[in-house]
Design a protein around this ligand. Structure first.
Ligand SMILES: [Mg+2]
Length: 396
């Protein structure tokens, strides 16, 4: 082992089970015990998540939604409610925060937590208990001395499980697993290894160094190490975002300016809400327009004062959209907020917090949105957007 610190590290990988589907089943008891599939079966999209009841039929995440429909036509297909899932995710990360400052966010429902020097299994059990009690969903946890084994451990005990892989049992655990379980081995590499007669990680670990170089090139050392249970990757704590963006691919291309402005208003409200929730403001607002032929343009504008209200972000984005004057049907529209600064800058006065009228409006709207789990007060143009369009975002 090259890094002596790796000898005593303790890392938890925690991953909510069938996250989006579990949130839906939690929010709506009528869905419990039923095959719930997050995705639109009549769209070009894929399944974001599905409940364990749907997995029995062979439905999987990232599968085309139309295929999921053929496998499980009686499944309950639900349009993703990203804002709701983000709320539950934030609450879950708040729980992690109580246990360690070293948290790496992998996705909306998945994180590595470094708890070196502490009782990793005890902490993982406490986190799982808090999630179940406070959020009403389950999460599985893997505990080990390195990241990839912690992740393999949590996946091997899903759903609602906890597994600890100690150093002395790592090789036994790895040896029988298929090579496809190593992170970074895609279907292409897997079939290449199959052709060479190497199907398990144990068989892989016995290959000589020169062979790894031939097969994996630059990544040879990484794969050779992993096959032998070595992984010194640190848990890299989550940092403040550099930008906050939202975009929407439409089911049908849009060529009406009214409709585009309506879509833009919805995006602006979401971006602004996320800014405020992170206690940030932005100096730069940008828009992204992708036409039906996939050509894409972006435009941005930097303001003299940082903003975070729905109205201010929408007005800036709308001006950019109008100036861009889209002349072809639009497939995708997006808004990005950049140049992020903390919202509560007290530079003006130590005793006075400057709050603009728009900030006050936003604060009231946010209170309502948090209470009801969705935007309650809408910008006027939102009403012109078409309710059938939904964003798609995946989770494991
Ligand atoms: Mg998950």
């Amino acid at each position: 082992m090259s890094d002596p610190q790796a000898d005593y590290r303790c890392i938890i990988h925690i991953d909510a089970d069938a996250f989006f589907a579990s949130v839906e089943q939690r929010d709506n008891p009528g869905l419990r015990g039923k095959p719930v599939i997050i995705g639109n079966p009549h769209s070009r999209g894929v399944v974001s998540t599905c409940s364990y009841e749907a997995r029995v039929y062979g439905v999987r995440s990232a599968m085309p939604a139309s295929q999921a429909y053929r496998l499980c036509p009686h499944g309950i297909f639900i349009k993703p409610r990203m804002e709701r899932y983000k709320q539950v995710s934030d609450a879950m990360f708040d729980i992690f925060d109580k246990y360690s400052p070293v948290i790496e966010k992998v996705s909306i429902d998945e994180a590595y937590i470094d708890v070196t020097g502490e009782d990793g299994v005890g902490i993982a059990e406490s986190i799982r208990r808090d999630i179940k009690r406070e959020l009403g969903i389950t999460a599985s946890a893997g505990v080990s001395y390195c990241k990839f084994l912690a992740k393999l451990a949590s996946h091997s005990c899903k759903p609602d499980g906890l597994r600890h892989i100690m150093k002395e049992e790592a090789r036994d655990f790895l040896d029988s697993l298929p090579v496809s379980r190593l992170p970074g081995i895609g279907p292409k590499t897997q079939s290449k290894l199959d052709a060479l007669g190497i199907s398990t990680i144990g068989a892989l670990s016995k290959m000589p160094e020169a062979w790894f170089v031939r097969v994996f090139g630059k990544a040879a050392k990484r794969f050779q190490d992993m096959a032998r249970g070595i992984d010194n990757e640190p848990v890299t704590p989550w940092r403040e975002p550099k930008s906050i963006s939202e975009e929407n691919t439409f089911d049908d291309d849009i060529d009406s300016m009214d409709c585009l402005q309506g879509q833009l208003a919805v995006l602006a409200q979401n971006v602004a809400f996320r800014l405020r929730k992170s206690r940030l403001k932005c100096r730069t607002v940008g828009v992204k327009i992708r036409y039906h032929n996939f050509s894409t343009i972006t435009r941005e504008h930097t303001l003299s004062e940082a903003v975070s209200s729905d109205a201010e972000i929408f007005h800036r984005a709308k001006a950019l959209l109008e100036a861009a004057a889209p002349d072809k049907p639009v497939r995708l529209l997006g808004i990005v907020a950049k140049g992020l600064v903390p919202a509560r800058s007290r530079q003006a006065s130590l005793f006075e917090f400057h709050e603009s009228p728009w900030d006050r409006v936003s604060r009231s709207m946010d209170e309502l949105r948090m209470k009801y789990g969705k935007p309650v007060v809408l910008l006027g143009p939102c009403l012109k957007s078409r309710a059938s369009d939904g964003k798609e975002e995946g989770t494991g």
